[in-house]
Design a protein around this ligand. Structure first.
Ligand SMILES: Nc1ncnc2c1ncn2[C@@H]1O[C@H](COP(=O)(O)OP(=O)(O)OP(=O)(O)O)[C@@H](O)[C@H]1O
Length: 386
Protein backbone atom coordinates (compact mmCIF):
# COMPACT_ATOMS: atom_id res chain seq x y z
CA UNK A 1 0.00 0.00 0.00
CA UNK A 2 2.81 2.42 0.89
CA UNK A 3 4.13 2.75 -2.65
CA UNK A 4 0.77 3.56 -4.24
CA UNK A 5 -1.10 6.69 -3.20
CA UNK A 6 -4.77 6.13 -2.40
CA UNK A 7 -5.31 9.83 -3.10
CA UNK A 8 -6.41 11.40 -6.37
CA UNK A 9 -5.04 14.44 -8.18
CA UNK A 10 -7.04 17.66 -7.83
CA UNK A 11 -6.99 20.34 -10.50
CA UNK A 12 -8.27 23.88 -10.29
CA UNK A 13 -8.56 25.60 -13.66
CA UNK A 14 -9.23 29.35 -13.74
CA UNK A 15 -11.46 29.14 -10.69
CA UNK A 16 -13.23 32.34 -9.62
CA UNK A 17 -15.71 33.05 -6.83
CA UNK A 18 -17.67 36.24 -6.81
CA UNK A 19 -19.96 36.44 -3.78
CA UNK A 20 -23.27 38.13 -4.59
CA UNK A 21 -23.27 41.75 -3.55
CA UNK A 22 -19.45 42.08 -3.37
CA UNK A 23 -17.72 44.46 -5.72
CA UNK A 24 -14.61 42.29 -6.05
CA UNK A 25 -14.25 38.52 -6.39
CA UNK A 26 -13.04 36.69 -3.24
CA UNK A 27 -11.03 34.29 -5.42
CA UNK A 28 -9.93 35.33 -8.89
CA UNK A 29 -8.78 33.02 -11.66
CA UNK A 30 -6.85 30.47 -9.63
CA UNK A 31 -5.23 27.52 -11.37
CA UNK A 32 -3.23 24.85 -9.58
CA UNK A 33 -2.56 21.12 -9.56
CA UNK A 34 -2.54 19.28 -6.28
CA UNK A 35 -0.65 16.01 -6.81
CA UNK A 36 -2.17 12.67 -5.76
CA UNK A 37 -1.07 11.41 -2.36
CA UNK A 38 0.60 14.66 -1.27
CA UNK A 39 -0.10 17.25 1.44
CA UNK A 40 -0.53 20.73 -0.02
CA UNK A 41 -0.81 23.64 2.39
CA UNK A 42 -2.62 26.88 1.60
CA UNK A 43 -1.20 29.78 3.63
CA UNK A 44 -1.79 33.49 3.32
CA UNK A 45 -3.10 36.53 5.15
CA UNK A 46 -6.55 36.62 6.71
CA UNK A 47 -9.30 37.16 4.16
CA UNK A 48 -7.18 36.21 1.13
CA UNK A 49 -9.64 33.48 0.18
CA UNK A 50 -8.09 30.25 1.52
CA UNK A 51 -11.31 28.87 2.95
CA UNK A 52 -13.32 29.89 -0.09
CA UNK A 53 -10.82 28.12 -2.35
CA UNK A 54 -10.91 24.97 -0.25
CA UNK A 55 -14.68 24.86 0.06
CA UNK A 56 -15.13 25.10 -3.68
CA UNK A 57 -13.36 21.72 -3.93
CA UNK A 58 -16.15 19.97 -2.01
CA UNK A 59 -18.80 22.34 -3.34
CA UNK A 60 -19.79 23.78 0.01
CA UNK A 61 -19.28 26.90 -2.10
CA UNK A 62 -20.09 26.86 -5.82
CA UNK A 63 -17.50 28.50 -8.08
CA UNK A 64 -18.76 31.40 -10.22
CA UNK A 65 -16.61 30.16 -13.09
CA UNK A 66 -13.78 27.76 -13.83
CA UNK A 67 -13.44 24.02 -13.41
CA UNK A 68 -12.37 21.71 -10.57
CA UNK A 69 -11.58 18.05 -11.17
CA UNK A 70 -10.70 15.19 -8.84
CA UNK A 71 -8.99 12.23 -10.50
CA UNK A 72 -9.95 13.80 -13.83
CA UNK A 73 -13.69 13.99 -13.02
CA UNK A 74 -15.48 17.32 -12.83
CA UNK A 75 -16.75 17.82 -9.26
CA UNK A 76 -19.90 19.44 -10.66
CA UNK A 77 -20.87 15.98 -11.93
CA UNK A 78 -20.76 14.48 -8.41
CA UNK A 79 -24.00 13.97 -6.51
CA UNK A 80 -24.09 14.28 -2.70
CA UNK A 81 -23.11 10.65 -2.07
CA UNK A 82 -20.19 10.81 -4.48
CA UNK A 83 -18.92 13.99 -2.80
CA UNK A 84 -19.13 12.33 0.62
CA UNK A 85 -17.32 9.20 -0.61
CA UNK A 86 -14.57 11.12 -2.31
CA UNK A 87 -13.88 14.03 0.03
CA UNK A 88 -13.41 14.06 3.79
CA UNK A 89 -13.58 17.38 5.62
CA UNK A 90 -12.10 18.35 8.98
CA UNK A 91 -12.35 21.82 10.52
CA UNK A 92 -11.16 23.88 13.46
CA UNK A 93 -12.86 23.04 16.80
CA UNK A 94 -13.57 19.66 15.16
CA UNK A 95 -17.18 20.70 14.43
CA UNK A 96 -18.53 17.61 16.19
CA UNK A 97 -22.26 17.20 16.79
CA UNK A 98 -22.58 17.83 20.55
CA UNK A 99 -25.53 15.47 21.07
CA UNK A 100 -23.91 12.58 19.22
CA UNK A 101 -21.45 10.21 20.89
CA UNK A 102 -17.93 9.82 19.49
CA UNK A 103 -19.01 6.65 17.65
CA UNK A 104 -22.09 8.37 16.19
CA UNK A 105 -20.01 11.33 15.08
CA UNK A 106 -17.48 9.13 13.29
CA UNK A 107 -20.29 7.05 11.76
CA UNK A 108 -22.17 10.01 10.25
CA UNK A 109 -20.94 9.68 6.66
CA UNK A 110 -21.06 5.86 6.53
CA UNK A 111 -24.65 6.19 7.87
CA UNK A 112 -25.57 8.62 5.10
CA UNK A 113 -24.03 6.17 2.64
CA UNK A 114 -26.34 3.49 4.13
CA UNK A 115 -23.63 1.09 5.27
CA UNK A 116 -25.02 -1.67 7.50
CA UNK A 117 -24.64 -1.37 11.27
CA UNK A 118 -21.90 -3.94 11.65
CA UNK A 119 -19.77 -2.40 8.95
CA UNK A 120 -20.16 1.05 10.53
CA UNK A 121 -19.28 -0.28 13.99
CA UNK A 122 -16.20 -2.08 12.73
CA UNK A 123 -15.09 1.00 10.83
CA UNK A 124 -15.57 3.24 13.89
CA UNK A 125 -13.34 0.95 15.99
CA UNK A 126 -10.74 0.76 13.24
CA UNK A 127 -10.61 4.56 12.89
CA UNK A 128 -10.48 5.16 16.64
CA UNK A 129 -7.46 2.84 16.83
CA UNK A 130 -5.93 4.67 13.88
CA UNK A 131 -6.16 8.07 15.57
CA UNK A 132 -5.07 6.73 18.96
CA UNK A 133 -8.33 6.69 20.92
CA UNK A 134 -9.23 3.49 22.75
CA UNK A 135 -12.73 2.52 21.53
CA UNK A 136 -13.64 0.85 24.84
CA UNK A 137 -12.97 4.09 26.71
CA UNK A 138 -14.14 6.75 24.27
CA UNK A 139 -16.80 5.27 21.97
CA UNK A 140 -19.78 6.31 24.05
CA UNK A 141 -18.53 9.67 25.30
CA UNK A 142 -19.95 12.98 24.15
CA UNK A 143 -17.70 15.67 22.65
CA UNK A 144 -17.87 17.81 25.82
CA UNK A 145 -16.32 14.89 27.72
CA UNK A 146 -13.18 15.05 25.56
CA UNK A 147 -10.10 17.29 25.59
CA UNK A 148 -9.53 19.64 22.65
CA UNK A 149 -6.89 17.31 21.19
CA UNK A 150 -9.18 14.28 21.52
CA UNK A 151 -11.98 16.20 19.78
CA UNK A 152 -9.64 16.99 16.89
CA UNK A 153 -8.71 13.30 16.64
CA UNK A 154 -12.40 12.42 16.39
CA UNK A 155 -12.76 15.13 13.72
CA UNK A 156 -9.97 13.55 11.68
CA UNK A 157 -11.43 10.05 12.17
CA UNK A 158 -14.82 11.32 10.99
CA UNK A 159 -13.27 12.90 7.89
CA UNK A 160 -11.58 9.58 7.07
CA UNK A 161 -14.66 7.43 7.73
CA UNK A 162 -15.62 6.58 4.15
CA UNK A 163 -11.93 6.25 3.16
CA UNK A 164 -12.07 9.18 0.72
CA UNK A 165 -9.11 9.79 -1.60
CA UNK A 166 -9.20 13.51 -0.77
CA UNK A 167 -9.08 15.13 2.65
CA UNK A 168 -9.73 18.84 3.15
CA UNK A 169 -8.53 20.24 6.47
CA UNK A 170 -9.36 23.84 7.41
CA UNK A 171 -7.13 24.87 10.33
CA UNK A 172 -7.91 21.54 11.99
CA UNK A 173 -5.37 22.05 14.80
CA UNK A 174 -5.93 25.79 15.22
CA UNK A 175 -7.71 25.62 18.55
CA UNK A 176 -5.38 23.48 20.67
CA UNK A 177 -2.29 24.29 22.75
CA UNK A 178 1.14 24.13 21.05
CA UNK A 179 2.22 20.78 22.53
CA UNK A 180 -1.05 19.03 21.60
CA UNK A 181 -0.84 20.68 18.20
CA UNK A 182 2.68 19.27 17.71
CA UNK A 183 1.44 15.79 18.68
CA UNK A 184 -1.55 15.99 16.32
CA UNK A 185 0.77 17.09 13.50
CA UNK A 186 3.09 14.13 14.19
CA UNK A 187 0.11 11.78 14.14
CA UNK A 188 -1.15 13.20 10.85
CA UNK A 189 2.28 12.61 9.28
CA UNK A 190 2.38 9.07 10.67
CA UNK A 191 -1.12 8.36 9.31
CA UNK A 192 -0.26 9.84 5.96
CA UNK A 193 2.76 7.54 5.58
CA UNK A 194 0.29 4.65 5.30
CA UNK A 195 -2.78 6.36 3.86
CA UNK A 196 -1.18 8.53 1.15
CA UNK A 197 -4.34 10.65 0.73
CA UNK A 198 -4.40 13.87 -1.21
CA UNK A 199 -4.64 16.44 1.58
CA UNK A 200 -5.40 20.13 1.17
CA UNK A 201 -4.67 21.89 4.45
CA UNK A 202 -5.38 25.54 5.31
CA UNK A 203 -3.37 27.24 8.05
CA UNK A 204 -2.24 30.66 9.28
CA UNK A 205 0.86 29.15 10.80
CA UNK A 206 3.87 29.09 8.51
CA UNK A 207 5.77 26.70 10.82
CA UNK A 208 2.88 24.26 10.56
CA UNK A 209 2.99 24.64 6.76
CA UNK A 210 6.72 23.89 6.66
CA UNK A 211 6.34 20.89 8.91
CA UNK A 212 3.40 19.25 7.19
CA UNK A 213 3.55 20.33 3.56
CA UNK A 214 4.98 18.39 0.64
CA UNK A 215 4.24 21.67 -1.12
CA UNK A 216 3.09 25.05 0.14
CA UNK A 217 0.99 27.53 -1.83
CA UNK A 218 1.53 31.05 -0.47
CA UNK A 219 -1.60 32.99 -1.46
CA UNK A 220 -2.03 36.73 -1.79
CA UNK A 221 -5.09 38.87 -2.39
CA UNK A 222 -7.99 36.95 -4.02
CA UNK A 223 -6.01 33.72 -3.62
CA UNK A 224 -3.46 34.79 -6.24
CA UNK A 225 -0.60 32.30 -6.05
CA UNK A 226 2.60 34.07 -4.97
CA UNK A 227 4.69 30.92 -4.80
CA UNK A 228 3.89 27.22 -5.01
CA UNK A 229 6.80 25.00 -4.15
CA UNK A 230 8.38 22.71 -1.57
CA UNK A 231 9.00 24.16 1.92
CA UNK A 232 12.76 23.91 1.34
CA UNK A 233 12.57 25.95 -1.88
CA UNK A 234 10.32 28.62 -0.34
CA UNK A 235 12.55 29.02 2.74
CA UNK A 236 15.71 29.16 0.64
CA UNK A 237 14.33 31.42 -2.09
CA UNK A 238 11.17 33.40 -1.37
CA UNK A 239 9.72 34.49 -4.74
CA UNK A 240 8.88 38.08 -3.72
CA UNK A 241 8.62 40.47 -0.78
CA UNK A 242 5.20 39.23 0.22
CA UNK A 243 6.45 35.64 0.54
CA UNK A 244 9.60 36.83 2.30
CA UNK A 245 7.40 38.71 4.77
CA UNK A 246 5.38 35.59 5.39
CA UNK A 247 8.42 33.38 5.83
CA UNK A 248 9.55 35.99 8.34
CA UNK A 249 12.79 36.57 10.14
CA UNK A 250 14.94 33.68 11.22
CA UNK A 251 14.45 31.47 8.19
CA UNK A 252 17.44 29.40 9.27
CA UNK A 253 15.75 28.76 12.61
CA UNK A 254 12.61 27.77 10.74
CA UNK A 255 14.66 25.09 9.04
CA UNK A 256 14.49 23.33 12.40
CA UNK A 257 10.93 22.47 11.40
CA UNK A 258 12.28 20.64 8.35
CA UNK A 259 14.54 18.33 10.31
CA UNK A 260 13.21 15.34 12.20
CA UNK A 261 14.62 13.85 15.36
CA UNK A 262 15.34 10.66 13.40
CA UNK A 263 17.68 12.69 11.10
CA UNK A 264 20.02 13.85 13.85
CA UNK A 265 22.33 11.98 16.18
CA UNK A 266 20.28 11.73 19.34
CA UNK A 267 21.90 9.86 22.20
CA UNK A 268 21.06 6.33 23.33
CA UNK A 269 23.67 5.79 26.01
CA UNK A 270 22.09 7.22 29.14
CA UNK A 271 21.30 4.81 31.97
CA UNK A 272 17.78 3.45 31.34
CA UNK A 273 16.35 0.49 33.20
CA UNK A 274 13.10 -1.25 34.12
CA UNK A 275 11.39 0.11 37.20
CA UNK A 276 11.62 -3.35 38.85
CA UNK A 277 15.45 -3.26 38.82
CA UNK A 278 16.82 -3.75 42.38
CA UNK A 279 18.00 -0.45 43.92
CA UNK A 280 21.54 -1.77 44.51
CA UNK A 281 21.89 -2.74 40.86
CA UNK A 282 20.57 0.66 39.75
CA UNK A 283 23.15 2.43 41.91
CA UNK A 284 25.85 0.18 40.55
CA UNK A 285 24.94 0.90 36.92
CA UNK A 286 24.81 4.64 37.48
CA UNK A 287 28.17 4.63 39.28
CA UNK A 288 29.78 2.57 36.52
CA UNK A 289 28.72 5.16 33.93
CA UNK A 290 29.36 8.14 36.18
CA UNK A 291 25.73 9.33 35.72
CA UNK A 292 23.67 11.15 38.34
CA UNK A 293 20.35 10.54 36.58
CA UNK A 294 18.70 7.38 35.25
CA UNK A 295 15.50 6.82 33.28
CA UNK A 296 12.98 4.29 34.61
CA UNK A 297 10.96 2.23 32.13
CA UNK A 298 7.75 0.25 32.47
CA UNK A 299 7.28 -3.41 31.45
CA UNK A 300 6.95 -2.40 27.78
CA UNK A 301 10.05 -0.17 27.91
CA UNK A 302 7.99 3.02 27.92
CA UNK A 303 9.61 5.88 29.87
CA UNK A 304 8.13 6.62 33.31
CA UNK A 305 10.35 8.80 35.51
CA UNK A 306 13.78 10.33 35.98
CA UNK A 307 15.50 9.31 39.17
CA UNK A 308 18.49 11.08 40.77
CA UNK A 309 21.19 9.00 42.44
CA UNK A 310 20.59 10.89 45.71
CA UNK A 311 17.09 9.47 45.93
CA UNK A 312 18.50 5.94 45.90
CA UNK A 313 20.38 6.15 49.18
CA UNK A 314 17.25 5.63 51.26
CA UNK A 315 14.94 3.94 48.71
CA UNK A 316 14.01 0.25 48.89
CA UNK A 317 12.40 0.10 45.46
CA UNK A 318 12.50 2.17 42.25
CA UNK A 319 8.70 2.15 42.08
CA UNK A 320 8.38 4.95 44.63
CA UNK A 321 11.11 7.37 43.51
CA UNK A 322 11.77 9.89 40.75
CA UNK A 323 9.88 12.65 38.97
CA UNK A 324 7.68 12.12 35.92
CA UNK A 325 9.22 12.78 32.52
CA UNK A 326 7.85 15.70 30.49
CA UNK A 327 6.27 15.24 27.08
CA UNK A 328 8.41 12.85 25.04
CA UNK A 329 9.25 13.53 21.40
CA UNK A 330 8.90 10.93 18.66
CA UNK A 331 11.27 10.08 15.84
CA UNK A 332 8.90 12.02 13.53
CA UNK A 333 8.96 15.14 15.72
CA UNK A 334 10.73 18.16 14.28
CA UNK A 335 13.80 19.65 15.92
CA UNK A 336 11.59 22.64 16.68
CA UNK A 337 9.32 20.39 18.77
CA UNK A 338 12.37 18.77 20.34
CA UNK A 339 13.74 22.20 21.28
CA UNK A 340 10.44 23.10 22.97
CA UNK A 341 10.40 19.79 24.85
CA UNK A 342 14.02 20.26 25.99
CA UNK A 343 13.25 23.77 27.24
CA UNK A 344 10.13 22.56 29.05
CA UNK A 345 12.03 19.64 30.59
CA UNK A 346 15.03 21.76 31.51
CA UNK A 347 17.36 19.05 30.23
CA UNK A 348 17.24 15.95 28.09
CA UNK A 349 13.97 15.22 26.32
CA UNK A 350 13.11 11.55 25.94
CA UNK A 351 12.73 10.16 22.40
CA UNK A 352 10.17 7.40 21.93
CA UNK A 353 9.48 4.98 19.07
CA UNK A 354 6.21 4.10 17.36
CA UNK A 355 4.85 2.13 20.34
CA UNK A 356 5.91 4.75 22.85
CA UNK A 357 9.03 2.76 23.79
CA UNK A 358 12.25 4.48 24.86
CA UNK A 359 14.77 4.85 22.02
CA UNK A 360 17.04 7.64 23.26
CA UNK A 361 17.33 11.20 24.48
CA UNK A 362 18.04 14.50 22.81
CA UNK A 363 19.67 17.52 24.42
CA UNK A 364 20.24 21.18 23.69
CA UNK A 365 23.74 20.56 22.30
CA UNK A 366 22.37 18.40 19.50
CA UNK A 367 19.96 21.19 18.54
CA UNK A 368 22.52 24.02 18.74
CA UNK A 369 25.07 21.96 16.75
CA UNK A 370 22.43 21.45 14.07
CA UNK A 371 21.63 25.18 13.93
CA UNK A 372 25.34 25.91 13.63
CA UNK A 373 25.63 23.42 10.79
CA UNK A 374 22.59 24.90 8.96
CA UNK A 375 24.12 28.39 9.28
CA UNK A 376 27.44 27.23 7.83
CA UNK A 377 25.66 25.53 4.91
CA UNK A 378 23.58 28.65 4.37
CA UNK A 379 26.64 30.94 4.28
CA UNK A 380 28.42 28.51 1.91
CA UNK A 381 25.44 28.38 -0.48
CA UNK A 382 25.08 32.20 -0.38
CA UNK A 383 28.75 32.72 -1.25
CA UNK A 384 28.55 30.04 -3.97
CA UNK A 385 25.57 31.90 -5.47
CA UNK A 386 27.25 35.32 -5.48
N1 LIG B 1 -20.54 34.17 2.23
C1 LIG B 1 -19.81 35.25 1.90
N2 LIG B 1 -20.37 36.33 1.32
C2 LIG B 1 -19.66 37.42 0.98
N3 LIG B 1 -18.34 37.51 1.15
C3 LIG B 1 -17.68 36.47 1.72
C4 LIG B 1 -18.39 35.28 2.12
N4 LIG B 1 -17.50 34.42 2.65
C5 LIG B 1 -16.29 35.03 2.58
N5 LIG B 1 -16.39 36.25 2.02
C6 LIG B 1 -15.30 37.21 1.75
O1 LIG B 1 -14.37 36.58 0.87
C7 LIG B 1 -13.03 36.90 1.23
C8 LIG B 1 -12.24 35.60 1.44
O2 LIG B 1 -12.73 34.93 2.61
P1 LIG B 1 -12.16 33.53 3.10
O3 LIG B 1 -12.90 33.13 4.31
O4 LIG B 1 -12.11 32.59 1.98
O5 LIG B 1 -10.65 33.96 3.47
P2 LIG B 1 -9.56 33.21 4.32
O6 LIG B 1 -8.28 33.43 3.63
O7 LIG B 1 -9.95 31.80 4.56
O8 LIG B 1 -9.61 34.04 5.66
P3 LIG B 1 -9.20 33.63 7.17
O9 LIG B 1 -7.76 33.25 7.11
O10 LIG B 1 -9.43 34.92 7.90
O11 LIG B 1 -10.10 32.53 7.59
C9 LIG B 1 -13.11 37.79 2.45
O12 LIG B 1 -12.98 39.12 2.03
C10 LIG B 1 -14.50 37.52 3.00
O13 LIG B 1 -14.99 38.65 3.64
Amino acid sequence: MADKPSGAEIQLENVTKHYPGSSEPAVADVSMTIPAGKIVILVGPSGCGKTTTMRMINRLIEPTSGRITIGGEDVLAFNGDALRRKIGYAIQQAGLFPHFTVAQNIGVVPGLLKWDRKRINDRVDELMDLVGLDPAEFRDRYPRQLSGGQQQRVGVARALAADPPVLLMDEPFGAVDPITRGNLQDELLRLQEDLRKTIVFVTHDFDEAVKLGDKIAVLGDKSSIQQYDTPEAILANPANDMVAGFVGAGASLKQLTLLRVRDVSYSDDIVAMPVDTPVAEARERMARKGETYALLLDGRRRPLRWVHVRELSSATSLTTVGRPIGDPVSLQSTLQDALEAILAEGGNAVVTGSRGEYVGTIDITTVTDTIQQLRTEHVESESAAS
